[in-house]
Design a protein. Structure first.
Length: 453
């Protein structure tokens, strides 16, 4: 992959590189925030259906078994499990691609820049888990300590989008990097602590398939299909191993090549020669179907253009809209609905599980993020981003309490349905709304407006 930060030693080149990075971040930022609107709509719809006469029909639909069979052999999962274990593996694959990109060329690439959001994310995971255990240590809900550790990047960035230029770009980048570091932590927590009985044989198959993927990358295989075929096989092996199948998505992502097969300057030279060839061979008024060589040249230019992008870039670009606008809304539709009909809502929210999650997200998150950020600055291991003050950090910490997607995901793993799952979901939704409102209010009415665009 071409490193845009070091393309030239001239000042103009550095300025252009900075502009390119800002533009790329802006595109990512707006994709996430627009996805938050769709995710919010799906969540509201799930809540309405869960408390309507259509609840039973929706439950029947999501628990319908769908399988793949050859003769009498095969396997099946409910529609909800296909979403949670299958489609969400694709979501985790895109998350893994984003993490790899950030580590290689993004906000986690430079050590001093990466230290601050990583430490802040660590504080934002440890303190909420500790707060949860204050309410649940030794109790039946103790296993849910991982639920309040997560931050939902889509909703958090969606709140920042509402604030426009009142918040500096540095804060948006900090919160994005923090959420990505948080995702890394959540993935590790799921892999290490929310895994059922493990089959060593199937884990061995997973390792073999990972080696195959690495070899494909080393051989310079550029097509996405070999990676897709081996990746699906790896997902099936992971599902059979007992480790949550979504982890397969992250593992596959880290094997995807991050270097382009064709240098942009070489692409420019080859394309220029091809265009000259088309111009000299073209006959005015001739139909394009007559000269197949021109069509072949155009196809070659298109293929070369694709090869100037790393497979990682191409896959992330192609899949990000699907995960943002299809997979996550489907996940919310299947998991965010909390049925409150005939339920003592007061008792539900007063349960240790609910209290631990709500206090963990609303209080533990900002305390952990702010405290670790302050400690990192105090120890001089990192610097605050440009034009970012301590009130900005506090506001970002509060927005970190919007758990939602990943929190709901962990809640499904921690609790085997029933009252605890309902309590966890209700607490996640309430805490996320409260954190979002407080974070917005703090950054909108308390923190002075920034001039950074």
């Amino acid at each position: 992959m071409t490193d845009h930060r070091h393309t030239d030693t001239g000042g103009n080149s550095r300025s252009e590189s900075s502009s390119t990075l800002r533009q790329g971040f802006a595109e990512f930022f707006h994709a996430e925030t627009s996805g938050a609107v769709v995710l919010l709509a799906a969540t509201i719809l799930a809540l309405l259906i869960a408390n309507s006469p259509w609840y039973e029909a929706m439950e029947t639909l999501f628990h319908t078994e769908i399988g793949i069979f050859i003769g009498e052999r095969g396997f099946s999962l409910s529609l909800l499990h296909w979403i949670d274990d299958g489609l969400m593996a694709l979501f985790f694959f895109v998350v893994g691609l984003e993490i790899k990109r950030e580590i290689l060329v993004g906000e986690l690439a430079e050590k001093r820049k990466a230290v601050l959001p990583i430490l802040a994310a660590l504080g934002g995971m440890v303190i909420p888990a500790a707060v949860y255990l204050v309410f649940n240590a030794g109790g039946p809900g103790m296993h849910g300590w991982g639920v309040p550790m997560a931050t939902d990047i889509a909703f958090a960035l969606g709140i920042l989008a509402l604030l426009g230029n009142r918040v500096p770009l540095g804060l948006r980048v900090f919160l994005t990097a923090l959420a990505i570091a948080d995702d890394i932590g959540a993935i590790l927590v799921i892999a290490l602590f929310y895994t059922s009985k493990v089959s060593l044989m199937w884990l061995g198959v997973v390792i073999v398939l990972l080696v195959v993927l690495v070899i494909l990358g080393r051989l310079g295989v550029d097509s996405r299909w070999p990676y897709a075929i081996v990746g699906i096989a790896l997902w099936a092996a992971m599902l059979a191993s007992g480790v949550h199948a979504t982890i397969a998505g992250v593992l596959v992502a880290f094997t995807i090549p991050a270097s382009a097969r064709l240098d942009p300057l070489e692409f420019t030279r080859r394309t220029r020669e091809s265009l000259v060839g088309i111009e000299t061979a073209a006959v005015p008024g001739e139909h394009t179907l007559v000269d197949t060589s021109r069509a072949g040249t155009c196809v070659d230019i298109r293929q070369d253009a694709l090869r100037t992008m790393a497979p990682l870039q191409r896959m992330e670009s192609a899949l990000h809209p699907w995960t943002t606008f299809v997979i996550l809304p489907l996940f919310a539709l299947g998991n965010a609905g909390v049925r409150l009909v005939g339920v003592d809502v007061g008792a539900l929210l007063a349960s240790p599980v609910s209290l631990g999650i709500m206090f963990g997200l609303v209080v533990g998150k900002p305390v952990g993020i702010f405290a670790m950020t302050w400690l990192a600055i105090r120890l001089r291991v990192a610097d605050l981003p440009e034009r970012v003050g301590w009130l900005h950090i506090l506001g970002a910490g509060v927005l970190g309490g919007i758990g939602f997607t990943m929190s709901l995901f962990v809640a499904n793993l921690a609790f085997a349905g029933g009252e605890q799952t309902a309590a966890a979901k209700a607490a996640i939704l309430i805490a996320s709304v409260v954190a979002g409102c407080i974070g917005y209010g703090l950054l909108r009415f308390v923190v002075p407006a920034a001039n950074d665009t």
